[in-house]
Write a new protein. Structure first.
Lengths: 109, 122
């Protein structure tokens, strides 16, 4: 089965723009989904598909994809955006249809 | 309201068994695959298992294959994760999530339960 690779930690100054990336072979075929997880809470989808935001997710969150890399961009990061971010995607494996990235800890300075 | 909620977690000794349940409401349950994802203390998310909407197809991570089974009762809108031969490394919060497939064929785990804690310890 495939793997998805994320940087373990990223930091951004308050109000600035940050990009979190996710790399893996499955992303050449399928879009990534991005999840935000705050301490003690279940993950929440922030971006899915080509670049879709669920209801209630601020428009400062956006997604993009190129080749084997998916990116989550936060334009004008806020203090409340500090969280762990995970990517996942469908995989072409017949026995392991989904795969997760290791997660990125976002710190807002 | 579309929601999932897990139950059945607890403390179990190594080698023991536990059955988790994932109950759903607010959507056509049989139309969606359901997946289980776990998170060990201080660690990232790990995909564990999945089951198709009909229940005919099941999937397992290598770390649990042969020890865990998954099933569903669409008449009760519930998915079950039977965990046998539990090990200390199975200690984690276990989440169930709905799998939504879009027109491109890509999947998203769009609805999550609140999670249930499983602790394997003597």
């Amino acid at each position: 089965s495939s793997e998805l690779t994320q940087d373990p930690a990223v930091s951004v100054a308050l109000g600035q723009t940050v990009r979190i990336t996710c790399q893996g072979d499955s992303l050449r075929t399928y879009y990534a989904t991005w999840y935000q997880q705050k301490p003690g809470q279940a993950p929440v989808v922030v971006i899915y598909g080509k670049n879709n935001r669920p209801s209630g997710i601020p428009d400062r969150f956006s997604g993009s994809s190129s080749g084997n890399t998916a990116s989550l961009t936060i334009t004008g990061a806020q203090a409340e955006d500090e969280a762990d971010f995970y990517c996942n995607s469908r995989d072409n494996s017949a026995t392991h249809p989904w795969v997760f990235g290791g997660g990125t800890k976002l710190t807002v300075l | 309201e579309v929601q999932l909620w897990e139950s059945g977690g607890g403390l179990v000794q190594p080698g023991g068994s536990l059955r988790l349940s994932c109950a759903a409401s607010g959507f056509t349950f049989s139309s969606y695959a359901i997946t289980w994802v776990r998170q060990a203390p201080g660690k990232g998310l790990e995909w564990v298992s999945g089951i198709s909407g009909s229940g005919r197809s099941t999937y397992f991570a290598d770390s649990v294959k042969g020890r865990f089974t998954v099933s569903r009762d669409n008449s009760k809108n519930t998915v079950y994760l039977q965990m046998n031969s539990l090990r200390a490394e199975d200690t984690a919060v276990y989440y169930c999530a709905r799998v939504r497939r879009d027109s491109s064929g890509s999947d998203a785990f769009d609805i999550w339960g609140q999670g249930t804690m499983v602790t394997v310890s003597s």
